[in-house]
Design a protein. Sequence first.
Length: 162
Amino acid sequence: MRHDAYLGLGSNMGDRLGYLRAAVRELAAISEKATASSAYETEPVGITDQPLFLNAVCHIVTRLDPWELLDTVRGIEAKYGRQRTVVGGPRTLDIDILLYDGLVMETPELTIPHPRMHQRAFVLVPLVEIAPDVVHPELKATVSALLAKLREPRGVGVRQPL
């Protein structure tokens, strides 16, 4: 069975663009199809005293179930030096499962859709670039509408090809 998944990618350490490009290559290798947004330079959220991020979104069509996909993206993060020492801290590569088909699930390890995606311009801007009409399964609104509702879609800067 084929599944549509949207993944948020981020990096703010080392070769940020290189890490995002590597993540897209790795995701394409486990997918029947992979489409990536541009990369956007963004301000950190939460812990703000850290380098700027590059963020992007990748849409994949995969046969992996959500748990297999989670294990796979964690493996990709580890391959490129991700260390989970400080929650929200600097990282070489972060891959979040944003959406998976129309699935809604909440467990201690995995919540789909990503619980804060609708509040984050650094997720919505690249997501709207590649899939403006995709619908948030809980909020029943397109990601374009969610982006339009953000009071301050700030913190998203320079766009570059991924």
